[in-house]
Design a protein around this ligand. Structure first.
Ligand code: GLN
Length: 285
């Protein structure tokens, strides 16, 4: 209280002096402000499962967001996690988990601090956990083996349902792709949930499923890099946004991550990571 009153009076005095000089049209500089007392940065108030480390839970079979290169995770999310952690004065430990266990594990606590797994922010998930500021946009898509289906309008769910009536759809368990398929392809003979996206694509190419509903950037990347016998026949504009999942019990961690994210956006580091993995400029907001 005392201190802030003193600061206030110094500020008032300075304002007065500056004002007087301005009025007099005087070019002299005002008396320099007394140096602010050195402040020690406040210690972080969030909790971490391992001190000094941002432990990330992720389904690391979702390129280009996360994939294992030998025993090392790499991808857009992995680079973003590293940059955020650095801003926060932490190191990163990226751990592999099954996608549909990520939210229950985060809620239970003790295994990892955040989810970075190309996870879409949805109202249902927001009832369970909180999310950072959205960090990238996404949509859904349908992949098939080349030549088996004709192109479909991603806005025409009825036509998609007709094309896949009696067919088998592969999805990843617990994803927005699974939810979209269940909601919109009611005529499907079966909607098969796989542990991860790569397993769904293997099933597609083994003739076990007729189509894979999955996030567009991931399917597009997989088709370009590995599954060259497949094609996308629909891009579905679901308008999803990915966020970093954080426990609702750790609100200060959300604040710290959002602050670090803003810094990466301003510094251009976010852009560098985006360009590295997508080869184009990030969309302007
Ligand atoms: N974005 C999709 C979802 O949340 C898929 C994420 C994933 O498979 N890693 O649910």
């Amino acid at each position: 209280m005392l201190k802030s009153r003193r600061t206030l009076s110094i500020m008032l005095a300075l304002a007065l002096v500056t004002g007087l000089f301005a009025m007099a049209g005087c070019a002299k500089t005002a008396t320099p402000e007394p140096a602010a007392p050195a402040e020690t940065p406040a210690a972080p108030t969030y909790t971490l499962v391992a001190p000094g480390v941002l432990t990330v839970g992720s389904d690391t079979a979702f390129p280009p967001f996360e994939a294992m290169n030998g025993s090392v995770a790499e991808g857009f999310d992995v680079d973003l996690a590293g940059a955020l952690a650095k801003e926060m004065g932490l190191t990163v430990n990226y751990t592999s988990q099954k996608f549909d266990t990520l939210i229950p594990q985060l809620k239970a606590g003790g295994t990892f601090d955040v989810i970075m797994s190309g996870m879409t922010i949805t109202p249902d998930r927001e009832k369970e956990i909180t999310f950072s500021t959205p960090y990238i946009d996404s949509n859904q898509s349908i992949a098939v083996v080349k030549g088996k289906f004709s192109q479909l309008d991603g806005n025409d769910a009825a036509a998609i349902n007709t094309a896949f009536t009696g067919k088998v759809i592969g999805v990843q368990s617990g994803t927005t792709g699974e939810a979209w398929a269940k909601e919109n392809i009611k005529g499907a003979k079966q909607i098969v949930p796989f542990d991860d996206t790569l397993a769904a694509f293997s099933a597609l190419n083994a003739g076990k499923v007729d189509g894979v509903v999955n996030d567009l950037p991931v399917s597009a990347y997989l088709l370009k890099t590995s599954y060259t016998d497949d094609e996308l026949i629909a891009e579905i504009p679901t308008g999803e946004q990915y966020g970093i999942g954080i426990s609702a019990d750790n609100p200060d961690l959300k604040t710290a991550i959002d602050t670090a994210f803003d810094t990466l956006k301003t510094s251009g580091e976010y852009r560098t990571i985006y360009m590295k993995w997508f080869g184009v400029e990030p969309p302007t907001e």
